[in-house]
Design a protein. Sequence first.
Lengths: 559, 756
Amino acid sequence: MAFAGRRDVPEPPDFGILKRLARDQLIYLLEQLPGKKDLFIEADLMSPLDRIANVSILKQHEVDKLYKVESRPAISASDQFCFLVRPRIKTMRYIADIVNADKMSGRSRKYKIIFSPQKFYACEMVLEEEGVFGDVTCDEWSFYLLPLDEDIISMELPEFFRDYFLEGDHRWINSIARALQLLNSLYGPFGKAYGIGRCAKMSYELWRDLEEESEADGQGRKPEIGNVFFMDRDTDYVTALCSQVVYEGLVDDTFRIKCGSVDFGPDVTSSDKSIKVLLNAQDKVFSQIRNEHFSSVFGFLSQKSRNLQAQYDRRRGMDIKQMKNFVSQELKGLKQEHRLLSLHIGACESIMKKKTKQDFQEMIKAEHSLLEGFDIRESTSFIEEHIDRQVSPIESLRLMCLLSITENGLIPKDYRSLKTQYLQSYGPEHLLTFHNLKRVGLLTEQSAGETLTAVESKVSKLVTDRAAGKITDAFNSLARKSNFRAISKKLGLIPRVDGEYDLKMPRDMAYVFSGAYIPLSCKIIEQVLERRGWLGLEEVVRLLNGNEFSVSGSTSAPG
Amino acid sequence: MEWSLKEDLRDCLVAAAPYGGPIALLKNNARKEKSPGVRPLLEIYSASGLLLASIPWKSGQLVQLGWTASEDLLCIQEDGTILVYNLFCEFKRHFSMGNEVLQNHVLEAKVFHTEYGTGVAILTGAHRFSLTTNIDDLKLRRMPEVPGLQKPPSCWAVLSQDRVTIILLAVGQDLYLLDNTSCSVVTPPGMSPSAGAYLQMAVSFNYRCLALFTDTGYIWMGLATLKEKLCEFNSSIRSPPKQMVWCMRPQSRQRAVVVAWDRQLMVVGNSTEFVLDEDSYLVPELDGVRILSRTSHEFLHEIPEASQEIFKIASMAPGALLLEAQKEYEKESQKADEYLREIKDQKLLPEAVSQCIEAAGYEHEPDTQKSLLRAASFGKCFIDKFPAESFVHMCQDLRVLNAIRDYQIGIPLTFTQYKRLTIEVLLDRLVLRRLYPLAIRICEYLRLSEIQGVSRILAHWACYKVRRQLGGWPSRSLGWGWGRSGWAVVLLEYEPRSGEQVPLLLKMKRSKLALSKAIESGDTDLVYTVVLLLKNELNRGTFFMTLQNQPVALSLYRQRIEGRVGALQNALDEYYKAKNEFAAKATEDQIKLLRLQRHLQEDFDKPYLDLSLHDTVSNLILDGHHKRAEQLYREFKIPDKRYWWLKISALANRGDWEEMEKFSKSKKSPIGYLPFVEISVKHHNRYEAKKYAPRVTPEQRVKAFVLVGDLDQAADAAIEHKNETEMNFVLSKCTASTDAAVAEKLNRARAQLLKK
């Protein structure tokens, strides 16, 4: 969140360094392959790359043509190929196919694979299997962290969730630890580290090990980062499942914010082409409304446009000198602001069109009653109707997950009927979707031990015996227990309100969900920071399945 | 020579291309006696005298013929127009040498080759020179005037020095050098002062040497830079020679000039004389001179060192000994060992082998080649690790050379020329001669890469064939709108293998044609490929229409469905084993649905497959098959609520308001009547919406009336409920101008309510 202008918060450290570092390393890697070369980029690396180095920088370093890594084999006359990829098996096969095809036709080229953020052994093995290991050179682009804004940095690893929480794959933990190492080396030792969740703990411990191994002397530097908080996503699914009602959230819902930028379509720009807009603190208009409840955004924007008009109007009655001053100093800024303002107003209109429909109101109402735990029956039939009318496949699933988590799983009868309805609406292939959701613990059936069939328990025993499946299974059983209701009561996540919740002057964080719910993760952080540790939160920690830790002065050994 | 020329060569205009190239002849180019009836005949022969093509010459008077580096024939006309023909006398293009030439006419012309390409130099009637160094990138240069030049120069030549093209000309006893800007008088060093007037001059193939012939029979030979004399010679023949050309090998120190008179040929340098039986024509080559006459075509060259060493009488060179040793070995004589020992003692065996290999290259007789190579291979056995490449490459090269030297092909290249020309150019030349099979054989034999070799040649062949085909097409079908893919389709018709045809047709987006071709082929895999592709490409309706016309494809597609049912059946069994009843039930339903959809598809000729149950029923209603929809609703136990929602939205989409009304009265709606109102309003049918508003439950009635726009009734309902929020809601919808009465009514009721 942007705190610019708030006096009680220190300026965030300069995260731009991360960008410059990544760019320099990329250039260095590209120069390792001198001469003209074609660059193949993995599709999901394109947006992050765009934030680091634009096409002209690539061209400066003799990148001739750019291709997207996809299944179609590339036709190119270049003598050198450079692949900028994620460490994925599928991509390795793709590269091996290109190399082998060239070999068949007697073409010799140089190939270089740059893995981002790091190389996995499995990738090399695939290359070896395909018989091209000797033909390629591999490098790592340690691009772990992308600063999306002045105060947000992201690893941009969307597959992490699926890999870790669904497949039980731990390979990315190392990347997280390395990213931490990078932060630590750039911004000095962390003041205090807190965390909750299995993955958080593992990452933290691995990072400590790495630090000890490297023996880099980060001591004596002024720590720029005070507290670090590690949290697993599965600690707090609820927040992610609720409909967003602040401006930034709605923009994301409607237009999808990707890598900190958004594509506003023709209906927003009121011209015939789309515009890509960077959404960050630099955008003066956006930074003021991003965290506001949507209901107050429109008023703000119209006020803003009146102010702007007033500033324009000042021109009248200026003498020449003043006018010159105005044109040279203010006009550009005003124009810029004007452009942004009209874009955001367009976006608001577009959002209004979609979200002020009755369906949306009713959905919010259903969500709120789920959070509060009232009228569960009514909400269930609302969801059923939602599915029956084929309103939106993804929204239906979201509501079902929210129901499951707040109620500690669906009662078997509802589970069956909702599932049947869903399959009737959207086809039987979604059996797999339900299976996956169950494994992750997002959509489960209320099941005491006795409802487990004999076979099922046998299978789970088999899995437990095998060392490899151990963790996955442990996860499933842990995640299955969501104790939302108890936690909510303990932490007071549902504000008791008498009368209308004042969204313009909110009393607490609940305003981001129209006063219905305080985001669990934020509440935990608030509590832990207030108490400087987990003391007094034992019950909550137990409900969240433990794995909490807090270390002060992280230069010492972890506790 | 294969040709049977009746005319003397001297009566014809002759031009032969270097590197064993073709010969062009213009017969009856009778300049003086103009007999209008007889047209000159232009003929092109291969170097072996096979007639490649001939045409009667219909254009203007020709002065000179010449060949370009890419074996196009240049016909230089008197008016400075140059016509370009290919090997087969097909006209390619023409260009002009400029106005000046046009006005003054061409007196003489020379075609020359430099690193820039093929150039043409012209001496005009006004005794001025014009030249271009590259006819493909025509830039005309007019050379400066020679001061005081009244009559045409006795001889002249084009020189190329340091990438500059200059002209050397002789007038009487003076030599002039013309470069771009100036004209200078030059004297060759060591020139005898009594030499007399220049009659003839010759420049070597590589422009490095120059020979001058004077009217006293004196021959001066030196560097073309005119800085050094190499040697001089007095031939004591005073008559002007017909031709004079250099005969030398690259890298050789021996230099010789061949001078030809009518019946005499003299090799100056080691001064040998030959008698010529008949009229001959000299063609300078890189490493010698070709001499062609009516009956023969000979090659005069300096014997290369390797051959000399081996074949010199009583030579004791290692190569000669090795050849001898091998011969004795074949005779099973012990002398073989003696010879071999002699070479080995001098440790010269590697030299001997490479000498034999090299000499084989210079031989033209396959037998001699063979015996030399045999000797080399024999000697090779006695050397440890003799690198085999040179031997292998020589064998390959000789095989290629022998193949193209065949008189049917008629490209008499020497080894040296072949190496200079490179294999790629040789292939190009074969392609130019339309000898595609031979070119492909050579590519395959030398294992050249596809792109470089076979496929390139095939592409040329294809282009040639297409051009031929087009010749035969009726002009009407050559419509402009055809575009390239049209042609490709026509051509593909000639592709006999459907397996090759179909993917290409798909690539060209001729999917329907591809489908019928695939069916013709009888290859089911191919049909599947096309069907699946079509399914993605077309919308469902057209897709099934297409399949309808192709029963084979349709039945295959059906089988695929059966295949899917089979797979689902397996899944079902597994689910039962795992006691996952829910999934088993879902799978069972899906099997049932698939089967049903197949029937529906057949009955209604509309796509139903792969739709979800909801969409299937919805589509049925949309198409008006209410009975069938009802049947599915019962069979799959679709919940009432879903069915009602689904049915009314489908009916509204269809605009079947009558059916909707009937349906609403069929029994009590499980979803109430507000959805009826909503959906009618959504389809902008307020009239229909009003029918349902009174049936809405009292709690939702206000909302329903507001939706249909009946504020009066809405107000009444709200007042009846005594509900303040509802009253406010209706009030907010009232506009002052039209609904004043309603607003007043509401305000009054509200006030009353508040009073209580």
